[in-house]
Ligand binder design. Structure first.
Ligand code: ADP
Ligand code: MG
Length: 501
């Protein structure tokens, strides 16, 4: 890392002297239809200030009403993170001056969160599993969105004006807070990244958020402190706010380790403060001194009754949980007998779901995998499209595979059928009919073509009779040519053997 204006300690040196401790706070915007406490749409990207109502605007006398789907999604996330679900939890007001929150307080949860004490097992690049313990997952509302004008990259620094979009105010958020992550050492940046990646995959699989970090529907605050090796007590942490990509999470941790290491060695004090991540050079810069919880003057929101979640409802929600992504991957790898590398290739190609869908339409896993990972991936690469965006469905691929299995298409003809579907010529059977691709099954026609080819190649026939059985390739080729590729090579070979044998 070469950031000229920062005094950084070499990463290796940091590890020799210090032990990093991390804490990750992840905000996930829920994909409910409406806001957490009012009936305005929670859609992303609408005309600014079009999804507003008295509650989102904090008008006098407006009263919040809890969104039941928001609570259900919170329970889903809590269960998937192996948390205990509180029978009764409460909303509290977190008070301070918010230019982006008309009420000047945020409705959040404080000492009675809906979910607590869980964990998420994440897999690191070399296959080791790392358990990240979860402190709590609580419900809250998002603030409005500020857009700063005149600053660099929309930042407040150097801005001359700020615009407020209230559409985002009141969109349901779940904040997931880890317990301190200790002992990761050199892997701290990797663990942070792997955890956020796993969490993102999880909430997307649960269908509770689109988890788009680039659109701000998932945002990460990364806390980091260093303590001298051997010391038990934690050092003072900084909190780098609103990080919006996986790469940045990793880099923010790495950078803070190197910055704090240098500061500590220079005898400087680390202040508990927020910091901003700079995309441009991967550094963090000073934000504001961090308030303690007391400063927020939390108190239970008198407008909202406690949230009761019956055990029956918890079980109902548990029953709707999908198979978790990594469990599904492990199961499939085992069932399909794939090596780690084959599995990784398939996941990286974005082919897993497509292959599973294809097998659900009757194809064997091997065939489905082969079509998606080789021929169709090749087609996707040619056009630069994502595999899933190719204009062919898993059902259509399964149909092609079935036709090959029934002997109605050869592999070569099957590829032409796929090409036809990709070219928009219709469904598989339509393409096969329109292009006349079906294997010729009429023995008479094939037999005639075989006879003709044998008659035209007496030298080959002679070699064959002398015992060289490998020479039939040319005959098969001639028959294929005569039948425009529509003969089944296996059948042709059988006919040759019968006639010459
Ligand atoms: P805040 O309200 O300041 O954001 P939270 O409790 O919500 O505090 O989150 C703090 C996060 O930092 C948690 O994930 C916690 O485990 C972690 N944490 C607490 N103390 C330290 C420390 N000294 N060093 C690193 N991480 C810490
Ligand atoms: Mg926090």
């Amino acid at each position: 890392m070469t950031v000229a204006h920062y005094d950084l300690m070499d990463f290796e040196e940091v590890l020799d002297k210090y032990d990093p401790v991390m804490g990750l706070e992840v905000h996930v915007e829920l994909s409910t239809q409406t806001k957490m406490f009012s009936a305005s749409s929670a859609a992303f990207g609408d005309e600014p200030n079009s999804n507003v109502d008295p509650v989102s605007l904090g008008l006098p006398g407006a009263l919040p009403v809890v969104n039941k789907t928001g609570v259900e999604y919170a329970v889903k996330i809590g269960l998937a993170l192996n948390c205990s679900i509180a029978e009764s939890s409460r909303f509290a007001r977190k008070n301070y001056f918010y230019p982006d929150q008309p009420k000047n307080y945020q409705i959040s949860q404080y000492d009675e969160p809906i979910a607590y004490d869980g964990y998420l097992d994440v897999v690191l690049e070399d296959g080791t599993e790392w358990r990240v313990e979860i402190e709590r997952a609580h419900m809250e509302e998002d603030t409005a969105k500020l857009t700063h004008l005149g600053g660099v990259g929309g930042r407040i620094h150097g801005a001359t004006a700020s615009l407020v979009d209230v559409n985002r105010a009141g969109i349901p958020l779940i904040e997931i807070v880890t317990k301190p992550i200790e002992g990761a050492g050199e892997r701290a940046p990797e663990v942070a990244k792997a955890y956020v990646a796993a969490l993102r995959e999880l909430v997307a699989a649960l269908g509770v958020s689109n988890a788009r970090m680039d659109q701000g529907s998932m945002r990460v605050d990364a806390n980091l402190s260093l303590r001298p090796i051997g010391q038990e007590e934690f050092g003072t942490r900084t909190e780098t706010k609103n990080i919006n990509s996986l790469k940045s999470v990793e880099q923010a941790i790495r950078f803070e380790m190197m910055r704090q290491g240098a500061a500590l060695d220079n005898g400087e004090e680390i202040f508990q403060e927020t910091r901003h991540y700079q995309e441009t050079d991967g550094s963090t810069s000073k934000g504001r001194p961090k308030e303690s919880a007391d400063d927020y003057r939390y108190f239970n929101d008198p407008d909202l009754p406690p949230v009761f979640v019956s055990r029956e409802w918890v079980e109902e929600i548990r029953a709707t949980l999908p198979e978790l992504p990594w469990i599904r991957r492990a199961r499939i790898q085992e069932a399909w007998k794939l090596t780690d590398e084959e599995m990784r290739d398939l996941v990286n190609a974005g082919a897993l779901d497509l292959i599973i869908d294809t097998t659900e339409h009757g194809a064997s896993a091997d065939e489905a995998r082969s079509w998606w990972v080789s021929y169709l991936s090749g087609k996707a690469n040619e056009t630069g499209a994502a595999l899933a965006d190719l204009p062919i469905t898993p059902e259509q691929v399964a149909r092609v595979i079935a036709l090959v299995k029934e002997g109605k298409l050869t592999t070569k003809l099957a590829r032409q059928a796929v090409d036809g579907v990709l070219a928009g010529e219709g469904d598989v059977d339509e393409v096969v009919a329109a292009r006349g691709l079906e294997v010729v099954r009429d023995d008479g026609a094939i037999e005639a073509a075989v006879d003709e080819a044998l008659a035209a190649n007496p030298d080959i026939v002679e070699k064959y009779r002398e015992g060289n059985k490998k020479v039939t390739g040319a005959i098969v080729g001639a028959v294929m040519k005569a039948t425009k590729g529509k003969a089944d090579p296996k059948q042709v070979n059988q006919l040759i053997a019968k006639k010459l044998g």
